[in-house]
Write a protein that binds this ligand. Structure first.
Ligand code: ADP
Length: 483
């Protein structure tokens, strides 16, 4: 089988720069696809963290003016990734978050910052870098969305295009007046192009103009075709349904391996589960919880936003207290949720602990030490934390939406009878349904043999990139053949 060359375009990539699951996927997919005969090079913005980590960098496109100052393109590598880096200090050399000012507002020039990325992706797609001509341009989320437009309206024969939706909630909508400034021709402002309810829609453009659309779970692929979950794009997604497919994410099973994880207190695997409680004790200590091995300990690792439904969990704090259940939360995000979490921890010493911030090491320690991981999302395109939980022997308790529906087997009566459950699901995502499910968890906790069977099932589940990578490879291959 001949090799297929893919240019991925993405605004964050693990381990260089990460705000969420998007970075994990962009960082893991190239290695997973290499085994399938697909070569991926990835174009990323030259944030300080990227510039500091790139090695063997050489200039492949010389400096030319881009939105008011010179920018050049480097090719190099970091962490085993083949990277193109858009070195444009006036756009990307800013401290902190890739998208936001320190006060949490979007950078005002975000349309230009990410249009610049897309224009560069389009140029690379047409062969602007010597010796590199991709068969496919794979654009991730709205930040890469305009690449499909630049490729389409250029007029030259273009590579195949694939758009992947990691979260439909983020769409990149900007004023129509920017059309010319963004280098788009007048005819691009149309129903078939970038026009989106009178604005320029970056993600909309990708969904309208790409040869294929993927999203990160089969259930989310179905949900986003409905008005309830489509966030204004369901109509377009219905008309393009034949081009839309859901492919689950995997996780990097070397980064997330409880038998060799340097970040946890006591490594373990499914054969040595007796070692796991040492991690629980360490977690209780870290979060100021009572050192009680018999108390069911729930963990949360999450962005703190409405999507993630943590208000539903906060509404059940009295119930948790009655059930003798402990809670350890790691999260960062909306100030109001931060305030409520800190207040809960203060009001319930020994029972509720919270760490506010983004911390890889603590995330690993929660996965290794908590008995269950709660994910009460109102919507969840795929979700990665439940996959980590499966691998680390923490029982996922999840809302039955999106990828959470596709990755967890609810321990209902039939699943228990057949010995196939891996977690608990609830639906609809309301505080009452979550409460009833937490009671169900407490009853299962009282039956250690059943509990252990559930987490062993989870630990034996294949959450790697093997199957997803084969599905992406098939999609890329079909597209190349079609063109
Ligand atoms: P999303 O991308 O919507 O935030 P996902 O579940 O797809 O949600 O991916 C979240 C990723 O970020 C997981 O790898 C999770 O462990 C990690 N994560 C989320 N919040 C934190 C945090 N506060 N500290 C460390 N890791 C976090």
């Amino acid at each position: 089988m001949s090799e297929i060359s893919v240019l991925a375009i993405v605004s964050e990539i693990f381990p260089l720069i990460k705000t969420g699951g998007l970075a994990d996927v962009a960082g893991a997919l190239p290695a997973a696809l290499a085994g399938e005969g697909i070569e991926v090079a990835t174009l990323v913005p030259g944030y300080p963290a990227v510039m500091a980590q790139i090695e063997y960098a050489e200039t492949v496109i010389d400096a030319r003016p881009l939105y008011g100052a010179p920018a050049r393109v480097l090719r190099g590598s970091a962490a085993g990734l083949d990277l193109f880096v858009l070195d444009a200090p006036h756009l990307y050399d800013r401290p902190g978050n890739p998208y936001l000012l320190p006060d949490g507002r979007d950078f005002p020039d975000n349309p230009f910052r990410f249009a610049a990325l897309c224009q560069t992706g389009s140029a690379l797609g047409f062969g602007a870098a010597p010796g590199f001509l991709p068969d496919i341009v794979h654009a991730h989320d709205w930040q890469a969305g305009l690449a499909a437009a630049y490729l389409h309206y250029d007029g030259r024969e273009r590579p195949g295009t694939v758009a992947t939706i990691h979260n439909l909630a983020f769409q990149g909508k900007y004023p129509a007046e920017l059309l010319g400034a963004l280098g788009l021709p007048p005819q691009a402002f149309s129903l078939e192009g970038v026009e989106y309810y009178g604005t320029i829609g970056f993600l909309k453009a990708a969904l309208a103009l790409s040869d294929r659309i993927t999203t990160v779970s089969p259930t989310y692929a179905a949900e986003i075709r409905t008005p309830e979950h489509g966030m204004g794009l369901d109509g377009l997604l219905r008309t393009r349904a034949e081009r839309l497919i859901g492919i689950l994410n995997g996780i990097d099973d070397e980064v997330w391996d409880p038998s060799s994880d340097p970040l946890i207190t006591e490594p373990f695997d499914v054969e040595t589960l007796a070692r796991r409680p040492a991690n629980k004790a360490a977690l209780q200590d870290k979060f100021g919880l009572d050192p009680d091995p018999g108390a069911l300990l729930l963990g949360v690792v999450s962005r703190l936003s409405w999507q993630k439904g943590l208000d539903l969990l906060l509404a059940n704090l009295d119930l948790l207290e009655r059930l003798g259940v402990q809670l350890a939360v790691l999260g960062s995000g909306e100030p109001e949720l931060v305030r409520q979490l800190l207040e809960a921890a203060e009001a319930r010493p020994g029972r509720v602990g919270a760490v506010i911030g983004y911390d890889e090491a603590i995330a690993h320690r929660i996965q290794a030490g908590a008995d269950a991981i709660v994910i009460p999302s109102r919507f969840e395109p795929c979700g990665l934390t439940q996959l980590c939980a499966l691998r680390y022997g923490a029982l996922p308790i999840v809302a039955r939406v999106g990828g959470l529906a596709d990755t967890i087997i609810d321990a209902n009566e039939m699943a228990l009878a057949s010995g196939i459950g891996t977690g608990l699901q609830f639906s609809p995502p309301t505080a009452d349904m979550l409460g009833a499910t937490l009671e169900r968890a407490a009853r299962l906790w009282a039956e250690p043999e059943i509990w252990d069977e559930l987490i062993e099932n989870g630990m034996l589940t294949d959450v790697s990139w093997r199957r997803p990578a084969a599905l992406y490879a098939k999609l890329f291959r079909d597209l190349v053949r079609e063109r």
